[in-house]
Design a protein around this ligand. Structure first.
Ligand SMILES: Cc1cc2nc3c(=O)[nH]c(=O)nc-3n(C[C@H](O)[C@H](O)[C@H](O)COP(=O)(O)OP(=O)(O)OC[C@H]3O[C@@H](n4cnc5c(N)ncnc54)[C@H](O)[C@@H]3O)c2cc1C
Length: 371
C-alpha cells in the first residue's frame, strides 16, 4: 500500500486526492484552511483572450479549461458547482473587433471557446441587466465555478472513498527513506508517508524552507465583494470581465461577486479593508446600469491569499533531487482554471511514475533550489 500525504486542501490538493482514490493507495489530506484562495475566489473559467504572452501558461490554461468537460463527468458536478455560463468581455468598440478575431483564431485549437458574438449595447444589457449599455464580446464557452462548493463536493466524495481529511497546520521532515508529517505548532509527529505532495499555495515557502530549499513564491492578497440579492434570473446570466481589472460574477442563488484586488505588499494579511471596497466600487460603477448593488446593505468580503512567482507562472511536479516529494504552487489569478488539471496530472505521476510537463512550464529549478 502506497501512503501519500497531501499538504493543502485547495483546488489542486482536493482534485489530486480525488483522482488518487485507488485500492492500492492510502491518501491523507492536511489542510488548515487559512487564507485559502480556492474558497475566496471569484470563479471565472475563461482564459482564452488573456493578454498574457507566456505560451506555456496559455497551453496549460487552455487545456485546464477544456479539462472541465471531464471534471464535470468524473465528479458529477451540477450547475450549483460549475456551469458554462458564457463570458461577456467589455472593451472599447475597436478593441472588441480585434478581440473577436483573436477569439476566432484561438478557436481553431480551442473549440471549447464556443460561439463568438459581438453584442450591441442593448444586447449586452439584455444578457446581464446589471450592466449599463456597452458593446461587448460574448463567448459561450466561458464558465463559472463555485470554489467552496467544489471543495465540499470533493471532500464528501473523498471521505466516502477512504481518503483521510485532517484539519491542521503541519510541517514535514525526512527521516531515513520516509516522510514524517508533524503538527506545525507542537512538532509532534502524526504519521509517516512514502510520498508527499505540497499543494499549499503560498504556504509552500515555509514548508520547503525547513527542508533547506529556496522557493520563488510570494503571497498576494485578494479581496472581493459578495452581494446577497433576490435576483431569480441570475442562473442564466453570464459572467462579465469589465474593462480594467474587475469582474462581475452572478451565481444561481442570487449571490453577485465583484472583484478582485491584487495586493502584492500585504503578505498574509486577511483583513477586509475600506480601501478595497472603495476601489472595487470606483472601477466597476461606470459599467453598472444603476446603483442597485451599492445602495443596499453592505456586501460581505471574501479575502484570500494567492501564490505567485517572479514570472507569474505556476510550477508543479516532482522535485528533481527527490522524486518522492511533489510540489505545485504559483497559480496566481488563474488557479481555478489550471488547478484541477494540475491535480489530475500529478495523480497520473503517482500512478505511472512518469512525468513530462515541458509543454506547460519552465524547469522546476527556475523556482526551487537547494540552499
Ligand atoms: C479573490 C480571488 C479571486 C480569484 N478569482 C479567480 C478566478 O476568477 N478564476 C481563476 O481561475 N482563479 C481565481 N483565483 C485564483 C485561484 O483561486 C487560486 O489560484 C487557486 O485557488 C489556488 O489553489 P491552490 O490549491 O494552489 O491553493 P489554495 O486554494 O490557497 O489552497 C492551499 C491550502 O493549503 C493550506 N496550507 C498552507 N500551508 C499549510 C500547512 N503548513 N499545513 C496545512 N495546510 C496548509 C491553506 O490553508 C490552503 O487551504 C482567485 C483568487 C482569489 C484570492
Amino acid at each position: 500500500m502506497k501512503k501519500i500525504a497531501i499538504v493543502g486542501g485547495g483546488i489542486i490538493g482536493m482534485t489530486l486526492a480525488s483522482y488518487l482514490d485507488k485500492p492500492n493507495v492510502h491518501v491523507t489530506v492536511f489542510d488548515n484552511e487559512v487564507g485559502q484562495a480556492t474558497k475566496a475566489s471569484a470563479g471565472i473559467i475563461s482564459p482564452w483572450l488573456s493578454k498574457r504572452r507566456n505560451k506555456q501558461w496559455y497551453q496549460l490554461a487552455k487545456e485546464g479549461a477544456a479539462f472541465y468537460e471531464k471534471l464535470v463527468v468524473d465528479f458529477q458536478l451540477d450547475h450549483s458547482v460549475y456551469t458554462k455560463s458564457g463570458t461577456l468581455l467589455l472593451r472599447k468598440k475597436n478593441d472588441l473587433v480585434d478581440l473577436a478575431s483573436l477569439a476566432e483564431e484561438r478557436k481553431q485549437d480551442a473549440p471549447e471557446i464556443g460561439e463568438i458574438a459581438l453584442l450591441s449595447a442593448e444586447q449586452t444589457q439584455q444578457q446581464l441587466p446589471l450592466l449599463g449599455k456597452f458593446p461587448a464580446l460574448k463567448i459561450s464557452g466561458g464558465g463559472r465555478l463555485d470554489g467552496a462548493a467544489y471543495l465540499n463536493r470533493l471532500k464528501k466524495r473523498a471521505a466516502l472513498n477512504g481518503v483521510t481529511l485532517c484539519q491542521m497546520a503541519v510541517a514535514i521532515k525526512k527521516e531515513a527513506n520516509h516522510w514524517v508529517i508533524c503538527q506545525r505548532e507542537t512538532g509532534e509527529s502524526i504519521d509517516t508517508f512514502d510520498f508527499v505532495a505540497l499543494t499549499a499555495g503560498p504556504g509552500l515557502n515555509q514548508l520547503l524552507t525547513t527542508l533547506d530549499y529556496k522557493v520563488d513564491i510570494r503571497p498576494q492578497k485578494g479581496q472581493l465583494l459578495s452581494f446577497t440579492t433576490n435576483f431569480k434570473e441570475s442562473t442564466h446570466w453570464p459572467v462579465a470581465m469589465l474593462d480594467g481589472e474587475s469582474d462581475l460574477i452572478p451565481f444561481s442563488d442570487g449571490t453577485i461577486l465583484l472583484g478582485a484586488t491584487h495586493e502584492n505588499d500585504k503578505g498574509f494579511d486577511l483583513t477586509p479593508t475600506k480601501e478595497a471596497y472603495e476601489h472595487l466600487r470606483t472601477v466597476s460603477q461606470p459599467f453598472l446600469s444603476s446603483d442597485i448593488l451599492f445602495s443596499g446593505n453592505l456586501p460581505d468580503f471574501r479575502v484570500g491569499t494567492r501564490a505567485y512567482t517572479s514570472d507569474f507562472a505556476p510550477f508543479f511536479g516532482p522535485l528533481p533531487d527527490d522524486e518522492t516529494l511533489v510540489v505545485a504552487s504559483g497559480l496566481g489569478s488563474s488557479g481555478l482554471t489550471t488547478g484541477p488539471y494540475i491535480g489530475y496530472l500529478l495523480a497520473n505521476y503517482f500512478q505511472t511514475n512518469t512525468f513530462d510537463s515541458t509543454l506547460y512550464q519552465k524547469k522546476m529549478e527556475t523556482y526551487i533550489q537547494k540552499r
